[in-house]
Design a protein around this ligand. Structure first.
Ligand code: PA5
Length: 425
């Protein structure tokens, strides 16, 4: 992963090179703390060891023997977005769908659109108790039974050591992959959680993990030596100066889901104790025709993160004799996209609006391994600098408990708080 922070300096928010130099001592301390956490496999920090600890053979074994037309991954949040990011980015022939939401109309339409006899279901929940995931799975299971499909032959469970899902896997003797200890959902893309879908879709898991390992090797005690820390430290410094929004804008359709994955990672990890930065999702070049207006001319309270591959397949633009369009002929869509990217970057900089460039070589397994690992490490560094508890999600848990309580799934004070909510009618 390559990170260029030049356009984050000397803009409207006033971040100067000297400020980053001053911050670099704290980056060194944070790096030591992260290294200790990794060495002791502490909760959360263990995720940064996945390039070494993840066993791709266990995932390959679980996927062997299946040759489906469709993959239905049933999971939510960190139990879906990593896999979705990988399979969306890498493409391939397998039709991969993600049942995360419990919107009944949408769930019914997905089930109606797949041949369940040629579908593999991967139900993923670290806790094994998440209401959305278990409910969706029960619906899928019933739909398979109704279609005369033996769901036990077509289901792979990915879960933690205990919980309802583990009990179900044991009861029905289903193939089960373990969610590794110490790896929170949003940091689990490079584990069994994200990699089963990638394997079934034909991805090279070794290359993915090698990319992540290469980025891990670049972590060092200075933001000037580590692209991931350069990103984490710069975003933190800008947030401290008022960049309340981080708009992530990939210039590749295949990375659109990456922006969604990033948004979860950034918001759920760092949104604590009045810290955090609101992630916004944009797509280049499409959103140059919408959101860019705000980013260049709205309030000076944002950072724009521009993400792109350095190389991609290209399509030539045919010659035309239409007057005024001859400049396009002989060019290519890739060259046009590159021009759009550089124009956006320059236009933001010219207006004093901070932006950071993040690049990968290609959207392939190695590049994605680098990108996902690098952004996870950046998040951990930011969390250390802000002094927040990066690996917990109490607000998310509050909502889960409230929903369970409202459905009669136990005695949760959060549910009582919902009933007592003030109303103005
Ligand atoms: O990052 C997180 O911890 C969350 O987004 C979880 O991944 C999400 O709530 C799903 O949890 P579980 O895997 O326990 O079903």
């Amino acid at each position: 992963m390559y990170v260029d922070i030049g356009n984050a300096l000397d803009g409207d928010l006033g971040l100067a090179r000297e400020d980053l130099d001053a911050l670099d001592g704290r980056v060194a301390d944070a790096h030591e703390r992260i290294a200790r956490g990794r060495a002791d496999s502490e909760h959360g920090y263990a995720a940064l060891n996945l390039p070494e600890t993840c066993d791709p053979d266990a995932i390959r074994t679980a996927a062997a023997g299946f040759d489906p037309d469709h993959l239905l991954t049933v999971g939510i949040g960190g139990s879906a977005l990593g896999a979705a990011t990988l399979t969306d980015a890498l493409g391939g022939d397998l039709d991969c769908r993600y049942l995360d939401n419990v919107d009944p109309v949408w769930v019914a339409s997905i089930l109606a659109g797949v041949d369940l006899s040629s579908t593999v279901v991967n139900v993923v929940s670290r806790s094994g108790t998440t209401a959305e995931t278990l409910s969706n799975f029960l619906v899928v299971r019933e739909a398979m039974e109704a279609a005369g499909v033996d769901w036990t032959e077509r289901t792979v469970v990915t879960t933690g050591a205990s919980g309802n899902l583990r009990a179900m896997a044991d009861q029905h003797d289903l193939p089960a992959l373990d969610v590794p200890d110490g790896v929170p959902g949003r940091f689990s893309a490079l584990s069994t959680v994200g990699l089963f879908a990638a394997e079934l879709a034909g991805a090279d898991l070794d290359a993915l993990l090698a990319g992540a390992a290469a980025e891990a090797d670049r972590l060092a005690g200075s933001l000037y030596e580590s692209p991931a820390y350069a990103y984490g430290a710069t975003t933190y410094a800008l947030a401290e100066r008022g960049a309340v929004t981080n708009a992530v804008m990939p210039y590749a359709e295949s990375l659109e889901r990456f922006a969604e994955w990033f948004a979860q990672l950034w918001a759920e990890s760092l949104g604590k104790d009045e810290h955090g930065q609101t992630p916004a999702r944009a797509l280049g070049a499409t959103d140059q025709h919408s959101q860019l207006q705000l980013y260049r001319a709205g309030p000076a309270d944002k950072l724009v993160t521009l993400v792109r591959p350095r190389e991609a397949d290209d399509v030539a633009i045919p010659e035309t004799d239409l007057e005024g369009l001859s400049y396009l002929g002989g060019s290519s869509l890739g060259e046009l996209l590159d021009a759009e990217f550089r124009a956006t970057e320059a236009s933001l900089a010219a207006a004093g609006r901070e932006n950071v460039r993040v690049e990968l070589d290609r959207v392939d397994e190695h590049g994605l391994g680098e990108l996902l690992y690098g952004m996870e490490a950046a998040t951990v560094l930011y969390g250390e600098l802000a002094g927040v508890s990066t690996f917990t999600q109490p607000a998310v848990e509050w909502g889960k408990n409230a929903a369970r309580g409202l459905l009669g799934g136990g005695d949760f004070p959060e549910a009582d708080a919902v009933s007592e909510k003030r109303r103005l009618e």
